[in-house]
Design a protein around this ligand. Structure first.
Ligand SMILES: [Mn+2]
Length: 439
């Protein structure tokens, strides 16, 4: 196909050589910082190279919809050179991975990213060094020509034919996912109500479970199904899958391939998310995360930008489980945020770095001392142990891990110096009607 040839060739890329050249500007200072941090950690019997290895192995997936400028229900302010289809989204995702080297998987959203040819999509992703993470279904909006509307719900809809349509869409997502090497399906529904009495709570959840059982039956043996909850919006009085408890109950009802997905923005304000994470770990139902940050509601702000200590505390639970050798502990990590005022590539690269930062810091916690402090009821020492890890500046570890993988010491600076966005603005003239979704 001629179109493919155009996609595959002559597009601007940030080269490995350019990154290496830019890195030279900061290598000397980085070496100094790294040496100092190595000494500092040595005093605590922490081998810095071991931590660098952890950072290098850490991966967080990028959602295809994240590389477009987001928006709110009030407005969207598109940037220049935005991706206009799945191939251009993959180009941007590959650019993020080139800079940070920890985002080699992309999560697709159907139908937004539905490929005309799966083979082409696979070979394009491969040529960009990308693979595919969880599939995301969409029954929260109507598509052109769709027979039944989701205005009053999808998998939990009172009408059987509407539920059937939503089930079949999810099964189609699994089918596409199988062909592109994905191994998970994330299901989020906007189903709920805006008025007291509008729906029957129990019947809606029964309908949801009945629909999900059919989807679950289509989940391949080596896949996982993730249930994403969200306490409000688009429904503002009640949501069917509103909290982690409902999510847990549904995952348990469905079977061993069903897990709960924790989106950090999908909780009421001040909820103790790290404790929820711990509960789900304990009962072996933690499937994965959608990382973002939040101040008031589901703001979809950049991960680590508002509450970095909370992010650290979540990773403290995850690392505790990792080091505790829990069987089959393998949560799936993904970013899911909306970029309304920034270049999405800069936001996603920065957020990926912040996720690895929290993970690395959690590895610095002296767990023996912490257990001892807990045994003694020494709350001051317990917090001090966590704070010591959290306040350690691990930037040099993160930068060295990126550089050793071929990435940028300073991802945003290298990205800006490359002129990538200006090149994309030339290659991708703006299109009317492109929209980005956030789930
Ligand atoms: Mn999400």
């Amino acid at each position: 196909m001629v179109l493919t040839k155009n996609i595959m060739s002559t597009k601007f890329e940030i080269s490995d050589d350019f990154i290496a050249e830019q890195n030279k500007k900061c290598e000397e200072f980085l070496a100094e910082d790294f040496e100092y941090l190595a000494k500092k950690l040595k005093r605590k019997n922490i081998e810095i190279e071991k931590i660098v290895g952890k950072a290098q192995n850490f991966q967080v997936a990028v959602p295809s919809w994240g590389v477009g400028t987001g928006g709110t229900r009030f407005a969207r302010f598109p940037g220049v050179g935005e991706p206009r289809g799945v191939y251009e989204k993959l180009e941007d995702c590959a650019t993020i991975n080139k800079l940070v080297r920890s985002t080699s998987a992309v999560s697709l959203h159907i139908p937004w990213d539905k490929p005309e040819s799966v083979d082409e999509l696979n070979s394009f992703a491969k040529s960009k060094g990308l693979k595919f993470d969880a599939m995301n279904s969409n029954t929260f909006q109507d598509q052109l020509g769709q027979k039944h509307s989701y205005k009053f719900g999808s998998l939990s809809h009172a009408d059987q034919d509407t539920r059937r349509q939503a089930i079949e869409h999810n099964i189609e997502c699994i089918e596409i996912g199988r062909q592109i090497g994905s191994q998970a399906l994330t299901v989020w529904v906007g189903d709920g109500s805006n008025f007291a009495g509008q729906t029957n709570f129990r019947r809606a959840l029964e309908n949801y479970l009945e629909s999900m059982r059919e989807i679950y039956a289509a989940i391949p043996a080596d896949w996982r199904m993730f249930i994403e909850h969200k306490f409000y919006e688009p429904a503002f009085y009640s949501s069917v899958i509103n909290d982690w408890g409902t999510s847990y109950i549904c995952a348990r009802e469905l079977g061993e391939k069903a897990f709960c997905l924790v989106d950090l923005g999908h909780h009421a304000p001040n909820v103790n998310i790290e404790q929820i994470v711990s509960r789900l770990i304990q009962f072996e139902k933690l499937g994965g995360f959608h990382f973002n940050d939040s101040k008031y509601g589901d703001d979809d702000l950049d991960a680590g930008s508002i509450k970095p200590f909370q992010l650290f505390l979540i990773f403290n639970e995850l690392v505790d489980a990792e080091l505790g050798g829990l069987p089959d502990f393998n949560p799936s990590y993904m970013l899911d945020q909306s970029h309304n005022v920034t270049d999405p590539i800069e936001s996603l690269a920065t957020s990926a770095v912040e996720i690895v930062r929290a993970f690395v810091q959690a590895h610095l916690v002296d767990r023996e001392k912490l257990t001892e402090a807990q045994r003694k009821g020494d709350a001051i020492t317990a917090l001090a142990i966590l704070k010591e890890a959290f306040t350690t500046d691990v930037s040099a570890i993160l930068a060295v891990a990126r550089e050793r993988g071929g990435g940028a010491i300073d991802p945003v600076a290298v990205y800006r110096a490359s002129g990538y966005r200006a090149e994309k603005a030339k290659e991708r003239p703006a299109q009317i009607g492109i929209s980005a979704g956030i789930i």
